[in-house]
Design a protein around this ligand. Structure first.
Ligand SMILES: NC(=O)c1ccc[n+]([C@@H]2O[C@H](COP(=O)([O-])OP(=O)(O)OC[C@H]3O[C@@H](n4cnc5c(N)ncnc54)[C@H](O)[C@@H]3O)[C@@H](O)[C@H]2O)c1
Ligand SMILES: N[C@@H](CCC=O)C(=O)O
Length: 514
């Protein structure tokens, strides 16, 4: 097997790549508006009740009508997953890994179609959609290899006449609950990590992006996944989610989403229900309030570029987004001025048009939440760019910058999950790190400085799961920058990291005398 290397990003300045993407868009446009069933034990089940997925840049454009799971169907899916576990757990790890490798190859061949679907269903500009698809491929390639690394367990000591072994075995049925913002990568990554470890899965994708998840299950089937190993059951979080989280047969939950829902799941999953014979394991990756720190000895152009890219890439809808910048006072005005200039150059509009840097936000709820934070920001700080939006056709919010904020301001503490960044001054570098650590989250952070001593100080004291030096704070790559956060950002599971598959397994010791 060739060593793992991440999937390269597409260079859209090359004409052939642009044409290929536009071909992908045509393929997707030809299947817009179709109906999609649930998939339980391999069986297609159509329900009356539907989730309607639409294009966030054009509310009139239907992406698909997706059957909606009820509690009864979630129960049926649980039974199918339980049954499939009896055989899937005994399938050799090499064979399970093969399914992932084949699925990665299929997606690679249909790369631009998947990216175009993300543009339509999630509102991702070309480069962001391409990165999402590349990350999905990376998760499959990387986790397949990680499973092969774990398949024979870990070496332990044995005394004379004794044979000790330390093996990893699967857990059971896992409930995978995924968000819409990395509608392909996170949905696929969390699903395949669970299944390659020998577990079976109940996948509840986000209700705003269920079509890309359906297309992915078709890929897994084509790649040789047996029926019942991954069951596709989109449905309302409060109904299907709660039901499965509470279920006595659920062995583990892999959740990615907001802090509020993550904490609710943590509480419910800790309760032992009738018939349950284990403590459920929980992987929960949640929100962030991430800070870019700028020192006085720094490349100030790099600082401004990194702040803008981290804040406004995919309209700030990344858990990793840099939604605050803390700048040492000596260079504050220079950086602020350049951030304003760069922000005003950004283009916003339909992301199928490659010239738009930013597309829409995901839906009306999100639009309203972001606009209400912008109103709060107007009270708390000085609006220096953006501050408005347009939801007449799609949900567009202009990139917005607030200056001169207090570290305790709401827009400096709460996750907005939109294109809004707050800037503030610090007295010196130590003060900047102190402010950077003053939220309940601990996901990502960035430091721009040429001062080695300050970099080392940040390495020790800046308390985030993913810390970046002299670059922005988004864009972790599978196998290179394992991803996960501290504190209220979650369980620090480190997706795309060397320990991730192990979280979906349990270690078994056997000791034989001979
Ligand atoms: N740390 C990370 O790796 C990471 C990655 C991506 C997104 N996020 C976070 O996700 C959030 C944005 O995503 P979102 O809006 O989809 O989050 P969300 O919490 O609203 O929803 C996430 C998933 O949980 C489901 N859900 C809702 N209520 C539920 C319940 N009671 N029980 C079970 N499931 C339920 C939703 O249907 C969806 O599938 C942001 O806070 C972002 O920071 C974190
Ligand atoms: N892994 C992504 C963020 C995922 C959450 O939205 C990044 O590093 O930017």
């Amino acid at each position: 097997m060739i060593p793992y290397k991440h999937e390269p990003f597409t260079d859209f300045s090359i004409e052939k790549n642009r044409t290929d993407y536009l071909e992908g868009l045509k393929t997707v446009e030809a299947y817009l508006g179709q109906d999609y069933p649930l998939i339980i034990g391999g069986e297609r089940i159509t329900t009356e009740d539907k989730i309607v997925s639409f294009n966030p840049s054009n509310k009139e454009e239907l992406i698909g009508n997706v059957s909606k799971s009820s509690k009864e169907l979630a129960e049926k899916a649980m039974q199918a997953a339980d049954e499939a576990f009896k055989t899937w757990k005994k399938v050799k790890p090499e064979v399970r890994a093969d399914v992932l490798m084949r699925a990665a190859a299929i997606v690679r061949r249909r790369k631009h179609e998947f990216s175009a679907l993300l543009t339509k269903e999630a509102g991702k500009p070309w480069n962001e959609a391409d990165a999402d698809t590349a990350e999905a491929i990376d998760f499959m390639e990387y986790y397949a290899r990680q499973m092969l690394r774990l398949k024979d367990g870990m070496p332990v000591e044995s005394r004379p006449g004794e044979d000790n072994r330390y093996d990893y075995i699967p857990l059971g049925v896992g409930v995978v609950i995924s968000p819409w913002n990395f509608a392909f990568a996170i949905m696929a990554g969390t699903t395949v990590a669970a299944m390659v470890a020998g577990n079976t899965v109940l996948l509840k994708p986000a209700s705003t992006t269920p079509v890309v998840a359906y297309k992915f299950i078709e890929v897994l089937e084509e790649a040789g996944m047996p029926p019942g190993v991954v069951n596709y059951i989109p449905g309302p979080g409060s109904e299907v989610g709660d039901y499965l989280v509470d279920h006595a047969n659920t062995r583990f939950i892999s959740f990615t989403g907001s802090k509020e829902v993550g904490l609710r799941i943590a509480e419910r999953s800790a309760k032992v229900n009738e018939g349950q014979v284990w403590m459920k394991r929980l992987i929960a990756e949640m929100g962030g309030k991430n800070t870019m720190v700028v020192d006085k000895e720094a490349d100030l152009e790099l600082a401004a570029q990194s702040i803008v890219k981290s804040a406004f890439g995919f309209s700030g809808q990344k858990c990793s987004a840099g939604s605050r910048a803390v700048i040492v006072e000596d260079v504050y005005d220079t950086v602020l001025e350049r951030v304003i200039e760069l922000t005003k150059e950004l283009t916003i509009g339909d992301p199928t048009d490659q010239s738009n840097y930013m597309g829409p936000v995901i839906d009306g709820n999100s639009y309203n939440k972001i606009m209400s934070y912008i109103e709060i920001g107007k009270e708390e700080g000085r609006l220096v760019a953006g501050g408005d939006g347009d939801d007449s056709k799609g949900f567009f919010v202009n990139p917005t910058v607030f200056a001169d904020l207090d570290p305790q301001a709401r827009i400096m503490q709460e996750e907005i999950f939109g294109p809004v960044v707050g800037l503030m001054k610090a007295k010196d570098f130590d003060h900047a790190i102190e402010i950077a650590n003053n939220t309940e989250y601990g996901l990502t952070g960035g430091v721009i400085t040429n001062n080695r001593e300050n970099l080392e100080k940040a390495r020790e004291d800046f308390h985030v799961g993913n810390l970046y030096f002299n670059r922005g704070c988004t864009g972790a790559i599978v196998g290179y920058q394992s991803f996960g956060g501290f504190n209220m950002s979650g369980t620090d599971s480190k997706a795309g990291g060397p320990d991730y598959i192990g979280l979906h397994m349990q270690a078994k010791t056997t000791s034989e005398m001979y």
